[in-house]
Design a protein around this ligand. Structure first.
Ligand code: URA
Length: 428
């Protein structure tokens, strides 16, 4: 019988022991209700950062966080549910074309999404750039939208009752240097995705300079932990590891990314966005048990029809002009050659400094702010040609953004090797 009190739990983990199911249930429940103090949970989180958790502990921790709130259930819907989660990257607007595309293939996509913090943007911030669009959708309305075969996808904010233990814990980890732990990250992400009620899940785990995880080994470890958690919870889960050394597509920033997503839905758009959207869509459709090629639904306009319906269902006007920033500044090529490198992290930080992202939860974002990338690695450039256009409503932001972009790109003489976008696939 293990001792179930905060200090025993902290010292057990501090000394490298394994927590019992009862200890995990008690501490997560106590923290959610305020019986376990923030400093005690912070000490435990730090012990977990150093000592880790076993597969059993991580699964139990995840379940305890799910049990702290409401678990949604869409099993009564006549079509299969499937969702995608990305660990976040620069220019990662994939959810925007992907959700309506997968809905157009006959699946139901219930996506509870987040706002951006730091250098990676949030899907809700991007969609809120569309005039009238609202992120808050009551559960009954969510169910109506998902049941409508002409829509079939909702991207909305998670309610306060979805894994509230994770909300409290994530805020605490953020200020105590305890975010970087594979079991804590995996359980944080998966508690929300499992509670959301999807039957299948495709994870896009980003790897590279602009990603949370910089190495393939780290990303593989996180992906494996998340696939195990999903599988143990009865959610069909696979993960793709995808490259994030250079930004995705040719835009970073909310309204700019919406416009690029609409280009993809109209049959155009940058090749990397189309490739990743179709690859993830194929995985999602397969996980949903459907035998259909998403490329057909993209090419014949069905995905665009679902996009328009999805935006309208949440109050948005898909035909309204998107916000544009008041000021622009152009960075030009200083020599002829080939762009060999464009660093994702630098572009992400510059985009954030231009006003597209927030430093603290609850800060407003500028919808028009961001960066257009006129050249990507592999493109030829000539002296004086625009490489990047910076957009902001607050011109005093240009100096910080320009500083972030110093040494962010290289112009060489020979085309760089083009590394693959999809680096690995982790299945149960
Ligand atoms: N995203 C989450 O939702 N949780 C983490 O712990 C890290 C990233």
């Amino acid at each position: 019988m293990t001792a179930v009190d905060a200090v025993s739990i902290i010292t057990t983990k501090r000394d490298g022991g394994e927590l019992s199911d009862a200890q995990i249930d008690w501490v997560v429940d106590g923290f959610t209700k305020g019986a376990v103090a923030d400093e005690q949970m912070a000490a435990l989180a730090m012990a977990i950062v150093w000592r880790g958790m076993t597969r059993r502990e991580t699964a139990r921790w995840t379940n305890a966080m799910i049990a702290s709130g409401r678990r949604m259930d869409f099993t009564d819907l006549p079509r299969p549910t499937v969702d995608k989660h990305s660990t976040g990257g620069v220019g990662d607007k994939i959810t925007l074309p992907l959700a309506p595309l997968v809905a157009a293939c006959g699946a139901v996509v219930p996506q509870l999404s987040g706002r951006g913090l730091g250098h990676t943007g949030g899907t809700l911030d991007k969609l809120e750039a569309i005039p009238g669009w609202r992120a808050d959708v009551p559960v009954a309305r969510m169910r109506e939208i998902l049941s409508d075969p002409g829509i079939g996808a909702v991207v909305c904010a998670a309610g306060a009752d979805l894994a509230p233990a994770d909300k409290r814990l994530y805020a605490l980890r953020d200020v105590t240097g305890t975010v970087e732990s594979i079991p804590l990250i995996a359980s944080s992400i998966m508690s929300k995705k499992i509670a959301e009620g999807t039957a299948a899940l495709v994870l896009d785990v980003k790897v590279g300079s602009g990603a949370f995880l910089k190495t393939l080994d780290g990303a593989r470890e996180l992906a494996t932990a998340m696939v195990e958690l999903g599988t143990d919870a009865g959610v069909r889960t696979v993960a793709l590891l995808t490259a994030m050394d250079t930004p995705l597509g040719r835009t970073a920033g909310n309204a700019l990314e919406v416009a690029e997503s609409v280009e993809v839905l109209a049959g155009g758009g940058p090749a990397d966005i189309v490739e990743l959207t179709l690859t993830l869509a194929r995985e999602m459709v397969a996980q949903a048990g459907l035998d259909i090629d998403p490329a057909d639904a993209l090419a014949d306009g069905r995905a665009m029809d679902h996009w328009r319906a999805m935006i309208q269902a949440q109050g948005g006007d898909p035909d309204a002009p998107l916000p544009r920033a008041k000021h622009t500044e152009i960075i030009r090529a200083e020599r002829d050659g080939v762009l060999t490198r464009l660093d994702a992290m630098a572009v992400g930080i510059a985009t954030w400094r231009l006003g597209a992202g927030r430093a603290r939860q609850g800060d407003p974002v500028q919808f028009g702010a961001g960066i257009e990338m006129h050249a990507k690695p592999g493109d030829s450039v000539t002296t004086g040609e625009p490489l990047l256009t910076l957009h902001t409503d607050t011109p005093e932001a240009f100096s910080g953004a320009l500083a972030a972009l110093e040494n962010s790109f290289t112009i060489g003489t020979a085309p760089p090797p083009q590394p693959p976008l999809i680096l690995d696939r982790i299945a149960p």
